[in-house]
Design a protein around this ligand. Structure first.
Ligand SMILES: *Cc1c(COP(=O)(O)O)cnc(C)c1O
Length: 365
């Protein structure tokens, strides 16, 4: 087998190696069942145990209260862009959206199909390089939707001053697309009516979407939509109304177990801060590489930076690739470079990146 390299991909992204090794064994036989994880019936006791354990770990790590359901769905985070308004907007309702990047724009575009939407804040005026602090909510929004980490633009809502998570008006449900930072730091689930994430950035393989939703939202959801698209259906059937993404749920469970072994979300958050600091500290000193996000809005998950010269950017990405650093090309809407450093990304990879950047800078200053 060829050697594994440092993978800075934004998603699907790097997974913890011990998890991949466990999965490799489970592909042939889950425990001593003699049947591989992909081949087990979702109605059988072996898979039921996997599902229960995955949910238990999820609940324990994130401190999920009993009046929240944990759902394992399909269709990616993008399907939540329409399932949220489809289920939760009733006629006459307005939903407020905070627009901090391409994913929030996609979310609000889908909500427009189901009712009135109101943009309560946007940072599009400066190509989404910051988290907006001024919010202007509508008079009685049904819910407020935001994207906690902007994967493409390298910004993140946080507990840092100036980028604190939004405080919706009374009675409005706060709904969070946390696809690219869920489980990267401790969560205060009570803040949210619902929080969701496609798994492929920080939780596992593509094909499974984690939805954590409070019971009153499930109860209030629309009934005149297809059963498959109602949260109620999946909540009442423990995510087994139809065949769930069994392999993805299994891997997510092993990733939760790995996080638990690391010491849980507090410890993971410290690791993520340390990794990001190594790169941002270098960027703040560099005369060649510049971060694209405002200082108070920087993401710990996706670090975006440029040299200011597209040819030089391309040259750097090529050199980094030769040094065993893959996936650094920035999204076309920002250009330059993007280093995605989710939970499973090792600190050694960040240090290698900084070494390569330093060397490149000394030749091109
Ligand atoms: C990747 C991403 C999505 C899209 O996820 P899919 O699972 O591909 O639909 C949505 N929101 C955010 C913040 C993302 O990073």
């Amino acid at each position: 087998m060829s050697e594994r390299i440092f993978n800075f991909s934004a998603g699907p992204a790097v997974l913890p190696e011990p998890v991949i090794e466990e999965a490799r064994e489970a592909l042939l036989s889950l425990g001593d069942t003699g049947i591989g994880i992909m081949e087990h019936s979702h109605r059988g006791s072996a898979f039921k145990a996997v599902l229960a354990q995955t949910e238990d770990l999820c609940r324990r790590l994130a401190g999920i209260p009993d009046d929240y359901r944990v759902l394992f769905l399909q269709g990616g985070a993008s399907s939540q862009f329409f399932m949220v308004p489809m289920n939760l907007m009733q006629s006459g309702d307005t939903a407020d959206y905070l627009i901090t990047g391409s994913w929030s724009k996609k979310a609000v575009a889908q909500a427009k199909r189901y009712g009135e939407t109101h943009v309560a804040a946007t940072s599009e005026d400066r190509n989404f390089c910051y988290i907006p602090t001024d919010t202007d909510y509508s008079s009685r929004p049904r819910y407020v939707h935001f994207t906690s980490n902007n994967t493409i633009f390298g910004t993140q809502w946080s507990d840092k001053q100036g980028a604190e998570e939004p405080q919706p008006p009374d009675d409005a449900w706060l709904i969070c697309d946390a696809s690219s930072d869920i489980f990267s730091r401790p969560l205060d689930i009570r803040r949210y009516g619902m929080i969701y994430a496609g798994a492929q950035k920080n939780l596992g393989p593509s094909g499974v979407t984690l939805v954590i939703i409070r019971d009153d939202l499930v109860k209030a959801a629309a009934l005149d939509i297809p059963e498959m698209l109602q949260y109620r259906t999946h909540a009442e059937n423990d995510s087994c109304y139809n065949t769930p993404p069994t392999f993805g749920i299994y891997v997510m469970g092993r990733v939760f177990n790995w996080i638990d072994e690391q010491g849980g979300l507090t410890e993971i958050a410290e690791q993520n801060q340390t990794k990001a600091r190594v790169l941002y500290d270098f960027l703040d000193e560099s005369v060649l590489f510049k971060p694209t996000a405002d200082t108070d809005s920087r993401s710990l998950m996706n670090v975006t930076f440029v040299t200011g010269n597209a040819d030089l950017d391309a040259k750097f990405i090529g050199l980094a690739r030769e040094a065993g650093l893959d996936g650094l090309k920035g999204h076309r809407s920002v250009g330059g470079m993007r280093a995605s450093m989710y939970n499973a990304f090792p600190q050694a990879g960040v240090e290698r990146l900084v070494d390569v950047m330093r060397e490149f800078e000394s030749k091109h200053r």
